[in-house]
Ligand binder design. Sequence first.
Ligand code: NAP
Length: 263
Amino acid sequence: MRLQGKIALITGGARGIGFAIATALGRQGAHIAIADINAQGADAAAVKLREIGIQAQGFMVDVADAHSVETLLEEVTSQLGRLDILINNAGIGGNTAFLDITLETWNRTIAINLTGAFIVAQACAKRMVEQGHGGKIINIASLSGQRGGNGRGAYGAAKAGLELLTKVMAVELSPHGINVNNIAPGAIETEMAATAHDAATRAAYNYLVPMVRYGTPEEIGDAAVFLCSDEARYVQGHTLNVDGGFRAAGLMFGDRKAPSSMG
Ligand code: NAP
């Protein structure tokens, strides 16, 4: 129970990586606020958590709308009393060749994945500074913000911007006792990946990932528990890649297959 008594807000928590992080933090004793543009999904996710003994409530938010985010923060802090942890996770996928990206697609991707993440992070950080007892912020970036992958022009640019924003936040929020870090997932089995990754994309990932498999949302949840815990108190402005070794890899050859277990 490393997060007993902590209040954690997870955006985009109705499903996928956000829901897995909510479950992992909840299992460590955190009280979970799930906020999603899909209000019914957020409520249903909170019900699922309560069924396994985790305190949880669902909220509606559009992270790209500053008014909606402010309303969310008022609701969360008035109902739950305070805010200790933000998982800045809401995002949309994107897989469009550079020459084909429309301005509309570009603007929407940046609005949700970068501007939306900024709006939420700033609103939460202001609450944490006012409260005066520190906090933890984890921005969910992406391997696609570190490498020039096919089709990731808008999405990758947004995530690269978020990674840099994290460093600035870490510098400026350190005096307030707030840790700000990124998790950069590699290819993770979620509905987003099911939509955005065709067979060729999946084969390309498995070729480039030393562990020769996609990750699970639960593996991102475990990394989030560490970054939210006191054990990570001196980890600041860091990007923790959870990507099966993709970022580390160079030349790979020989008999490459997914291990049955890792220890
Ligand atoms: P997902 O399954 O699509 O879940 C994302 C959730 O965010 C959905 O519930 C979605 O609601 C919600 N959402 C979308 N726009 C929102 C908005 N404007 N305001 C509030 N909520 C919004 O995605 P995921 O795969 O779990 O990804 C979660 C995060 O990890 C994202 O930031 C993504 O970029 C990042 N990531 C994912 C992967 C991967 O391989 N899956 C890899 C690297 C990084 P709707 O269902 O209504 O749209």
